[in-house]
Design a protein around this ligand. Structure first.
Ligand SMILES: *Cc1c(COP(=O)(O)O)cnc(C)c1O
Length: 301
């Protein structure tokens, strides 16, 4: 059976996890710092602009928290991961849904007002053509698009804050759960770093626990070093199906310098249930990503 998605985990990952466990130090320590440094190097930023956290949802919650999003307007697309709706609700923001482009899983270019927070998920590995407008705050959600580039630069450098997920089925994983936040604003990262660890504090400030463990980071670091290998493998699979002449979505922006990762391959068809059944008979598992429960709005249109 070819599964719809499955992590690629090898000996290197297992060895790294074993080593982390045998070190006797299981909570946050050197491995997490090293993972943050590796990530910062890849993004071309300082390690003070990066913080590792427990997962992508907490990364998003923390980004909203750092921006003081309570009672502010958050704008995000009707079609995306429900984690966005959940984090936005938990922080107490006022949600406003926007539409999705034709023949694309990405949000339409939109107009926010001064002070609004736009949560922009680069869906399925396809970079959104984002324009940074004055006064509008952007959180780039790169959970599905680690490795995609625009003008040779990795996604996530445009937003005020950007978030990443290392959940089991993402481009890379850190033992099934994990996340990262980056920001140009060192102060915001400093605030988050202070907030995610409650232990051994001298003051009475309220904090929480959103930390990544060293065991997670040890595996995350190995997976991260294999990112190019994973990107190439996915690209090879994509080209294989594409060369069979299947109508696969391959968004080509006017900007030729955009390079997507093949996080998901989308087949356009009139009767997805039929295609699903037929592929299943060939031992290929697929899902229909457009069922109404996938939508974040109540409106079923
Ligand atoms: C997976 C995902 C998240 C949430 O990440 P978790 O690590 O699963 O909490 C958020 N946004 C998008 C677009 C995702 O795909």
């Amino acid at each position: 059976m070819i599964f719809h998605n499955r992590p690629t985990v090898g000996k290197k990952e297992i060895d790294a996890v074993k080593k982390a466990i045998s070190s006797g130090y299981l909570s946050q320590g050197k491995e997490v710092s090293k993972f943050e440094r590796n990530f910062a190097n890849y993004m071309g930023i300082d390690e003070k602009n990066v913080v590792a956290v427990s997962n992508g949802t907490s990364a998003l919650y923390l980004a909203l928290w750092a921006l003081g999003a309570k009672n502010k307007k958050t704008i995000y697309p009707t079609y995306s991961c429900s984690s966005i709706r959940n984090a936005s609700a938990l922080i107490g923001a006022k949600e406003k849904l926007c539409d999705v482009e034709m023949n694309s899983p990405n949000m339409s270019p939109l107009n926010g007002k001064e002070g609004d927070i736009i949560i922009a998920p680069h869906m399925y590995g396809f970079p959104i053509n984002l324009l940074k407008k004055k006064g509008i705050i952007i959180i780039e959600d790169v959970c599905q698009s680690l490795g995609s580039t625009t003008k040779g630069k990795p996604l996530g450098l445009l937003g005020d804050l950007s978030i990443f997920s290392f959940y089991a089925t993402k481009m890379i994983t850190s033992c099934g759960q994990g996340g990262m936040i980056i920001s140009k604003d060192k102060y915001l990262i400093k605030e988050i770093v202070d907030y995610v660890n409650f232990d051994n504090r001298r003051d009475k400030k309220k904090r929480f626990n959103f930390q990544m463990s060293d065991v997670q980071a040890a595996m995350g670091r190995v997976q991260f070093s294999r990112l190019n290998e994973f990107i190439e493998k996915r690209d090879k699979i994509f080209r294989y199906y594409k060369n069979l002449g299947l109508p696969l979505i391959d968004i080509k922006y006017k900007n030729k310098n955009t390079s997507p990762v093949r996080y998901r391959i989308i087949l356009m068809c009139k009767n997805p249930e039929l295609i699903k059944r037929k592929l299943f008979l060939k031992n290929i598992a697929v899902i229909n990503p457009l069922e109404t429960q996938e939508l974040l709005s109540e409106n079923k249109k």
